[in-house]
Design a protein around this ligand. Structure first.
Ligand code: AVI
Length: 343
């Protein structure tokens, strides 16, 4: 499960209340919306893992390649200002299964002998998988997993004396927030860091946002509408989830996945477009009352935004949360950026 999962970390019944609340508010709004955390049930999390391996979805492998090429410098820069005996502790927001983090952890162990790693996620099972992967592959890492919804709760920063924190917020997860929410997430994070602590932020770059032409809109659209239909299945799975969790009667075949580029907002949008005029019944809502949702033919549910940043926009976002940019790294094609900033 990636870090875009905003589902509350509560027992099943409360999660279903939260799903019902999202469905009622989102589907009675104009235009209709559903929050992207609804994607990440078990099937959706599995589909997302598949997305990260698609040929069209360049984000994950590009960020990984930036880590592979620059881990030594990233860790050295983040460690600047450490006391002589000081070590970096790595904390990762929305760690999921932490597949890319291994490169940075291995480098931290190389530089400082050992490292404490605190992955934070709403999914206990993803954290268990992350912990098992890391412990069995990278000796020298102590894992302290924390099941927390970092968008709602304070971060569990269990500081060891003499250590600095490097907070990882990677995978372009920040791009799934509206700009003001992205700023608030980073502000909350910064409020819990000490001077000298650092943030490593992964952001997907806007088309032609880098110093040279980097990606076309077609590249972006393909990443969110792949030939194998995995992203379509990921998007449509939200309807299956509402059927299962709330007893709704969505017919997923009556909707189609649509991805579009919104240049004014610099974001990819995902929608579920109704192929016919139809009425859907949702028996459970947060107040226990059934409701119905009518769709006109062609009407859509807006299910996700994925913001794409120029490097100036990354700088502005960091500055709005009072982080000071130290350095950034990009892949040779300027598809993706990883930026280090200090609190
Ligand atoms: C998790 N997040 C960064 C992904 C993205 O690219 O915005 C979610 C995703 N949606 C469709 N494909 C991937």
């Amino acid at each position: 499960m990636p870090s875009t999962t905003f589902a509350p970390d509560e027992p099943l019944i409360s999660t279903i209340d939260a799903v019902a609340y999202e469905a009622r508010t989102g589907l009675s709004a104009t235009p209709k919306t559903l929050s992207p955390w609804l994607f990440y049930d078990e099937a959706g999390s599995h589909l997302f893992e598949q997305i990260t391996e698609l040929p069209e979805y360049y984000l994950t492998r590009t960020e990984r390649s930036i880590f592979a090429a620059n881990a030594s410098e990233i860790l050295s820069e983040a460690a600047l200002g450490q006391g002589p005996s000081g070590k970096l502790t790595l904390i990762e927001l929305g760690a999921g299964t932490a597949t890319k983090t291994g490169i940075l952890l291995a480098e931290a162990v190389r530089q400082q002998g050992s490292v404490v790693y605190q992955p934070v996620d709403v999914s206990e099972t993803a954290l268990a998988e992350a912990s098992e992967n890391i412990l069995s592959n990278i000796p020298g890492v102590t894992v302290r997993s924390q099941v927390t919804d970092y968008t709602r709760e304070a971060l569990p920063l269990n500081r060891l004396p003499d250590t600095r924190t490097l907070a990882l917020y990677i995978g372009s997860s920040i791009g799934n927030f509206m700009p003001e929410d992205a700023r608030d997430v980073l502000r909350n994070l910064r409020a819990q860091l000490l001077p000298g602590d650092t943030l490593l932020l992964g952001t997907d770059l806007a088309p032609n946002g880098g110093p040279v032409a980097n990606k076309t809109v077609a590249t972006l659209l393909a990443a969110y509408d792949d030939a194998a239909g995995v992203t379509a299945a990921f998007n449509l799975n939200v309807l299956t989830r509402l059927n299962r969790d709330l007893g709704a009667d969505f017919v997923p075949a009556n909707f189609r996945h649509r991805a579009c580029w919104n240049p004014a907002e610099s974001r990819i949008e995902m929608h579920l477009e109704s192929l016919i005029a139809q009425r859907v019944h949702i028996p459970v809502n947060s107040s226990g009352r059934a409701f119905t949702v009518d769709f006109a033919r062609g009407e859509s549910i807006h299910t996700e935004n994925s913001y794409k940043f120029t490097s100036a926009a990354v700088d502005a976002l960091l500055a709005s949360a009072k982080f000071r940019k130290m350095k950034s790294w990009e892949d040779p094609q300027h598809l993706f950026a990883v930026t280090l900033a200090t609190a």
